[in-house]
Design a protein around this ligand. Structure first.
Ligand code: ARG
Length: 335
């Protein structure tokens, strides 16, 4: 009895949440009546608990009636609200479940040594961390590679279970997703031509600053320099623009910044402009998954395995940069 009332109320609450997604004015009245009904139902559920304790069946029945009323109110919510629900359901449907026995990691693979492509394969520190998480869950890891500014939205939309992309923990992002314990402390730097060095943040004011889309480097340019950055889809393409004289300086996370200037004599990086920490993100409200992710990351840190992975992947990224350099120069691409 108690359980079924709770289920009722939960269903009603879920519907109301869907309505909450709809911002249209015409839905507001409907919404508030549905919300009232939900709060009635919630109260009814509390009463039910009391009733169970008292073994008073009447109160439970009353609670059920209230919940039923709430459902009616929601039904009355009409076509507009129904549309909102349909939209939300369609959105949820877009979130395809992972293949049986796999867990999906979403990333953006232009960020050595955290994630980069070796041939077709995506490799890197984040990949190794997620493989360890998959193993702890008894699953295979599948990797999805998207633009960086789509990583968290895709996670939230249910297109992957883990997001790992050198993602800095920020207050804004903490409102959208749950973060694991951090696995590295790092930060962002200037990447500049030695002929025109950049050391302090203010030096970049009024200059053309290249960054990767959606990153904390872009936030830095907006918040600390009070201007719009020039957006690129990877640290390497921002660096290519610097070399081509299209931007004055680049800001990027220190490790990929080191990777892009590898073997480029005329370029250097500054000291850290910020202190940031990377963590794995998961969709909110999954305490069990979060506990497993944290346990795996803490284990990798404590055993020294994470240091080993970091050294291996840094060496791998460097070897690839060296091989790249040894190739005959490509003719510059026309734009
Ligand atoms: N740490 C920065 C941020 O979270 C940049 C991360 C970019 N990661 C990537 N895989 N491209 O905003």
């Amino acid at each position: 009895m108690k359980y079924s009332v709770c289920m009722f109320a939960a269903a009603v609450a879920a519907s109301a949440l869907f309505f909450g997604c709809s911002k249209s004015d015409s839905n507001k009245d409907i919404l508030s009546s549905a919300k009232d009904a939900v709060s009635d139902a919630a109260t009814a559920v509390k009463d039910t608990a009391a009733a169970a304790a008292d073994k008073t069946a009447e109160v439970a029945t009353a609670a059920k009636d209230k919940a039923a009323e709430a459902v009616e109110a929601v039904k009355d919510a009409g076509a507009a609200a129904a549309g909102a629900v349909a939209g939300a359901v369609a959105g949820a449907a877009a979130a395809v479940a992972p293949k049986e026995g796999t867990i999906r990691m979403i990333t953006e693979a232009t960020f050595p040594p955290y994630e980069f492509r070796q041939g077709k394969e995506v490799v890197g520190i984040d990949v190794e961390i997620c493989k360890a998480i998959a193993k702890a869950l008894g699953k295979e890891l599948a990797i999805e590679d998207v633009e960086f500014d789509s990583v968290l939205p895709s996670l939230i939309a249910g297109k992957a279970e883990l997001a790992a992309a050198g993602i800095t923990v920020t207050e804004d992002r903490k409102m959208q997703v749950d973060f694991s314990v951090p696995y590295v402390r790092t930060g962002i730097v200037f990447v500049y031509a030695k002929a025109t060095p950049f050391e302090k943040g203010e030096q970049a004011k009024g200059k053309k600053v290249g960054v990767q889309n959606g990153t904390t480097s872009a936030d830095y340019v907006r918040e600390k320099l009070g201007q719009e950055p020039e957006m690129f889809d990877s640290p390497a393409s921002a660096f290519a623009a610097l070399k081509a004289g299209k931007v004055d300086v680049v800001i990027a996370d220190i490790d990929p910044a080191k990777a892009v200037i590898k073997g480029q004599d005329g370029y250097d990086i500054s000291d850290l402009l910020t202190v940031e920490e990377y963590a794995v993100a998961i969709k909110k409200g999954q305490p069990e998954l979060l506990a497993t992710v944290n346990k795996v990351i803490n284990g990798l840190k404590d055993s020294g395995e994470l240091d080993k992975i970091t050294d291996d992947m840094t060496a791998k990224a460097n070897a690839m940069a060296a091989a790249e350099e040894a190739k005959p120069a490509e003719a510059p691409k026309a734009e």
